[in-house]
Design a protein around this ligand. Structure first.
Ligand code: SF4
Length: 516
């Protein structure tokens, strides 16, 4: 299937992750470790995107930033596994309330980008032009971000000369939606409490009649809450009808459809508050490299797997269904049911990694970052865990970002591969395409270093000269130029564009390798 026909689950645009360094006494300039710099990539639903590169290139930081374990320094990370209405983040309300000013601001930024572009185009090729390129890209990015912020929420309404009435009705819809969701959450809590109470009474040996009498009050509460929700639902429907009528008014505008295509229900993870991110944490999971330190030694396997389920209110602590569910997940991950009361130290490395996987999978995530998930294991165990991850992906329709420095593991598990160097993705393609036609000099060097058993293989390993430069002061232009055997003058000055050289194959290099 071509990439354009696939559903995007995560869209990363111009992501930056910088970590500030404490200023020394004599130091004037504020310095940062530029762990991720201007990363743009789509991750499709149901795929495994492999991420490879030398240690320290920023792979793990990228994985953790996507999960918002770090506050993203800049850029957009859109998540399409849930509707923005479901979470109703504060940033959406802020944008909807200020549509009038935001649209004005967009025009100013757009104008600025056009002016910089004119100046840039007028310059002859040379140092002055190269220096201005960063300014141009920044101006274009600011205008694009401002545009997307608005248009992803209002779509075709962007054509309206007066955004005030649109802002008013959309804010009303947002607020009614928030109330509706809160009521539903409360109802869900009451239902869980009901199941817990029922299980407790049953465990105490109560008769059916006694259980019915003991849970009568909670059942009544559930009924009342359901009625209130129905009223809210009708209110919300009325507001949506108003929006629909307003839309009809603008639909005849020739530009309406052009803007409407931008409307989407994605959630910008980078803008969520701590609390809002927590709601999505069950969808976005991390499998750690080290199965030894990632499990609490004082908890049994059952407690480790249940922890997240209770925190995200899947079950009540007393609910009899909890244990069955935990055992079901354990079975899926190749763990015998009687392990449920054992502690992590009683298991081997491979089994502990299975426990880690079961803990993540129990929450039914949509996107899982596997951060060097097999590199701490013996080779024989590695393949078992990789096959388990592949089976689970099929069964649960998971999407993986699989981070590894081991190209043979990446080749085996990934549908597409991204190659990272010093904070940037320098090449991205389907696995087959990347291994058959490495087009970036860094990829070429990495692939040439894979050990082979083929005696006819006469290709020599390309030795990368020099150390990896510091991510605090990375080289100018193409960051790889200090180690690249094809580097020329332009490489030292101009950051290469990340271009599509063949369908779905992206490369950032001024002198791409031509493969037969
Ligand atoms: S842009 Fe230049 S330095 Fe960078 S990888 Fe390509 S050839 Fe090498």
């Amino acid at each position: 299937m071509e990439n354009k026909d696939r559903k995007v689950l995560i869209r990363v645009q111009n992501l930056k992750q910088y970590f500030p360094i404490k200023k020394g006494m004599m130091q004037k300039e504020k310095l940062f470790v530029r762990a991720n710099d201007d990363i743009t990539v789509d991750i499709y639903e149901g795929e495994t995107l492999g991420l490879v590169g030398e240690s320290g290139c920023g792979k793990s930081t990228l994985g953790r930033t996507l999960l918002q374990l770090y506050n993203q320094t800049d850029g957009r990370t859109m998540y399409y596994g849930r509707d923005v209405d479901e979470i109703a983040p504060q940033y959406v309300l802020d944008i909807l309330k200020s549509l009038v000013d935001r649209k004005k601001e967009y025009f100013v930024l757009n104008e600025k980008a056009a002016t910089v572009k004119k100046q840039y185009d007028a310059l002859p090729d040379g140092d002055a032009k190269y220096a201005m390129r960063t300014q141009l890209l920044e101006a274009e990015k600011n205008a694009r971000d401002s545009f997307l912020d608005i248009v992803q929420l209002v779509g075709g309404f962007f054509v309206a000369d007066d955004m005030a009435p649109i802002s008013e009705v959309l804010v009303r819809e947002y607020k009614a939606g928030v109330e509706y969701r809160k009521l539903n959450e409360k109802l869900n809590d009451t239902r869980i409490a009901y199941e817990g109470l029922r299980s407790t009474l049953k465990e105490k040996g109560k008769t059916q009649e006694q259980i019915a009498a003991g849970t009568e009050n909670v059942l009544l509460q559930i009924k009342k809450q359901e009625e209130i929700i129905k009223i809210k639902e009708r209110e919300l429907e009325e507001i949506r009808n108003e929006i629909y009528k307003l839309m009809k008014k603008y639909e005849s505008n020739p530009d309406f459809a052009k803007y409407e295509v931008y409307r989407d229900k994605g959630i910008n993870l980078a803008r969520l508050s701590e609390e809002e991110s927590r709601k999505l944490r069950k969808d976005l999971q991390l499998i750690f490299q080290d199965p030894y330190s990632s499990l609490n030694p004082r908890m049994t396997v059952g407690q480790i797997i249940s922890e997240g389920l209770l925190a995200h209110k899947y079950f009540d602590r007393n609910d009899e269904k909890l244990q069955n569910y935990v055992m079901e997940v354990m079975e899926k991950c190749g763990l015998a049911p009687y392990f449920i009361h054992r502690y992590p130290h009683q298991f081997s490395g491979g089994q502990r990694q299975r426990i880690g996987i079961a803990r993540s999978l129990a929450l039914k995530p949509k996107f899982v970052v596997c951060d060097e998930a097999v590199s701490a294991l013996d080779v024989s165990i590695q393949s078992q865990i990789i096959n388990l991850l592949l089976d689970l992906k099929e069964q649960e329709n998971l999407t993986y970002l699989f981070i590894s420095h081991d190209l043979s593991v990446i080749k085996y598990i990934s549908d597409r591969v991204g190659v990272m160097y010093l904070g940037n993705i320098v090449e991205l393609a389907s696995t087959e395409e990347l291994f058959a036609h490495p087009t970036h000099p860094y990829t070429e060097a990495l692939l040439s270093a894979i050990p082979t058993t083929d005696v006819d293989n006469k290709k020599e390993a390309i030795i990368l000269e020099g150390d990896i430069p510091s991510p605090i002061k990375p080289p100018t232009g193409c960051k790889f130029h200090t180690r690249c055997r094809y580097a020329t003058d332009i490489c030292k000055k101009v950051v290469p564009d990340f271009e599509e050289v063949r369908p779905g194959h992206f490369v950032a290099c001024h002198h791409k390798i031509v493969n037969s």
